[in-house]
Design a protein around this ligand. Structure first.
Ligand code: MN
Ligand code: MN
Length: 294
């Protein structure tokens, strides 16, 4: 495996060198088209493991599908909305092997895998808006390697999130989810946002960055909890624990995520998505109608 990755890195460097030579030697015309390369860092997991429970909005990687554009980052998968400049939802698998000792990289940056000509949210685009750069797939869920952690800082995994929501209610649920992994579980999490208008440290806003980035009004999250094992989809049953929340994107949000629990059905009604679409419909009917109470 090490050899394979070495060859990938060599190929990447060779392509970079060829491109820069081409630009310098043979193509004196200035061009603004960025070079788009496939990510060279392989996922730490099977290619589609982030979408085992389904693709809630049938997102595709067709550039014409600009409001529901599929971005496979390897460490998590995104449906991105070009015009809102935020993800619709992000989905990922979390197991004990994802949790290591890699420190938070904090390298917020634009995503060069977005199609040419699309507005790119930059690391500084949220400055002065009164909102945090709130992770969907959390930095702390991806600490096995530098590449894994760094991937969570792509701005396509980020929404303008009210600081109290991000740092208290949302963060506490993230911590609780990781504690379940410490107790022998693996998780499938799908989360996102909808609506327009939140309220952060600078008051209410419908958008930031001169209208380029929509501030969503609500955040939602669905966590499927499975004891560690194989063939995960087939192990989802009527008794599988599913934690679902909807919370307002405000600083006055209740600090206790348990008070904000709801059903998957409520999230589906609010978003129009089919969450857990790969799960047997008869099982979906049961687990999506239940409010977690543990
Ligand atoms: Mn956060
Ligand atoms: Mn469903």
């Amino acid at each position: 495996m090490k050899n394979k990755y070495t060859y990938l890195v060599i190929a990447f460097l060779a392509i970079m060198t060829m491109n820069s030579c081409k630009k310098d030697s043979f193509n004196p015309t200035p061009e603004n088209v960025p070079i788009i390369l496939e990510p060279v860092v392989p996922p730490q997991d099977l290619p589609d493991s982030n979408l085992v429970m389904g693709n809630p909005s049938s997102a595709t990687s067709d550039v014409n599908n600009f409001n529901n554009f599929l971005l496979k980052e390897g460490y998590y998968t995104v449906s991105y909305d070009r015009d809102r400049a935020i993800p619709n939802w992000v989905s990922w698998h979390l197991t004990a092997s994802d949790l290591g000792t890699t420190p938070r990289q904090d390298d917020f940056r634009s995503n060069n895998n977005l199609p040419d000509g699309w507005y790119h949210v930059e690391n500084f685009s949220y400055n002065g808006g009164g909102f945090d750069r709130g992770h969907m797939c959390p930095s702390a869920d991806r600490t096995s390697t530098v590449a894994a952690n760094s991937s969570t800082f792509l701005m396509t995994n980020i929404i303008p999130q009210a600081p109290v929501n991000n740092q208290v209610t949302w963060a506490t649920l993230e911590d609780y989810a990781r504690s379940l992994v410490g107790q022998g579980n693996e998780l499938y999490t799908i989360c996102g946002s909808y609506g327009v208008g939140g309220s952060g440290n600078a008051g209410p806003f419908d958008n930031i960055n001169n209208g380029q980035v929509t501030v969503p009004s609500m955040l939602w999250k669905v966590i499927v909890v499975l004891p560690n094992g194989g063939d995960d989809l087939s192990r989802v049953s009527n008794s599988t624990r599913v934690i679902s929340v909807i919370m307002p994107n405000t600083n006055t949000v209740n600090s206790n995520w348990r008070t904000l629990r709801t059903t998957v059905d409520a999230i589906e009604a609010a978003t129009g998505y089919d969450v857990l679409s790969k799960v047997d419909p008869a099982i979906q009917a049961v687990i999506e109608a239940r409010v977690d109470n543990l």
